[in-house]
Design a protein around this ligand. Structure first.
Ligand SMILES: [Mn+2]
Length: 296
């Protein structure tokens, strides 16, 4: 199957490393496209839920397909979410055409497009979202800090981290209201910042709609997720559309069943020390050597 050329693809909430993840479908989709830019908008690798033992080959295959796109020349931007917040400490690194960040603004055909995961709204009321807008460029980073701090406190007192899914599990009515609030808050912020488009993930609710307030209007988009909806956003011919995975489309090219198990590691890495020759042939563990070099 020839790869479909797409200008920009936004995917979010793959939750690799959890039982709900549809890795096979993600692999099929990734193999069918050739995007110029692939934005992974948060919650890609789930560091909250995964027991460290559960990371099947199919999930590894997803990472392999992303790497493959990188080597084919796609630009890949990984925006952190709450389930992969462990990556936030490495934010704003760039390695070749791969970039890791907490948020981004893209200009596409002259339209300013603001992209972020959206978990910052979990511990945020509408009032503080307004404040965030006034804080300008650093507001988002500040909110991430506040959220991390709240979660750190919750864990310190033995409670679970605050999360959207926890919040809305209680009732459907609440969920609908919360989703409405989420979309409205994102839109209001984007309008205040004078963006044309705002793209989020996080709430697992694919969406494309124009939201108007008394201050203006913005197109709100959400890439949905790959747990229930199996959706992404695609930008082509100057237009954003919601892509919906359809297994019929892939019936002719079924992904080979990935059943094989990972080979057993035959070394115990904790027991491996790396040595490096120093002056005079003295051997020392690499960690000690690096410390020495840093101190010199
Ligand atoms: Mn999330």
């Amino acid at each position: 199957m020839e790869r479909r050329k797409v200008d920009v693809v936004v995917m979010s909430d793959l939750h690799l490393g959890t039982y709900g993840c549809h890795a096979k479908e993600i692999v099929q989709y990734l193999r069918s496209i050739q995007p110029q830019v692939l934005v992974l908008n948060g919650d890609i690798i789930d560091g909250w839920q995964f027991s460290k033992r559960y990371f099947p080959v199919a999930h590894m295959q997803v990472i392999k397909e992303i790497m493959s796109l990188l080597s084919k020349g796609s630009r890949v931007i990984y925006i952190t979410g709450n389930h992969d917040e462990m990556l936030r400490r490495y934010s704003d690194i760039q390695i070749g055409n791969f970039q890791l960040t907490d948020k981004m603004v893209m200009e596409i055909n002259g339209k300013m497009t603001w992209i972020f995961h959206g978990d910052v709204f979990d511990a945020t009321t509408k009032g503080s979202a307004k404040l965030l807008a006034k804080l300008g460029g650093h507001g988002y980073d500040l909110l991430i800090l506040i959220n991390s701090f709240i979660n750190w406190c919750l864990r310190a007192i033995g409670k679970e981290k605050m999360s959207f899914s926890k919040k809305v599990k209680n009732s459907v009515k609440k969920a609908v209201a919360w989703i409405g609030d989420f979309e409205q808050t994102a839109a209001e912020l984007a309008i205040e910042k004078k963006y044309d488009y705002v793209i989020c993930g996080h709430i697992h609710q694919p969406q494309k709609r124009v939201i108007e307030t008394k201050n203006g209007s913005v197109t709100y988009l959400n890439s949905g997720d790959w747990i229930e909806n199996l959706t992404s956003l695609e930008y082509n011919n100057s237009e954003w559309t919601i892509y919906q995975y359809d297994e019929k489309q892939f019936a002719a090219t079924p992904a080979e069943e990935i059943r094989k198990k990972l080979p057993q590691l035959n070394v115990v890495t904790d027991e491996v020390l790396m040595f490096n020759a120093l002056k005079g042939g003295k051997r020392m563990p690499l960690a000690t050597l690096l410390k020495k070099v840093a101190g010199a």
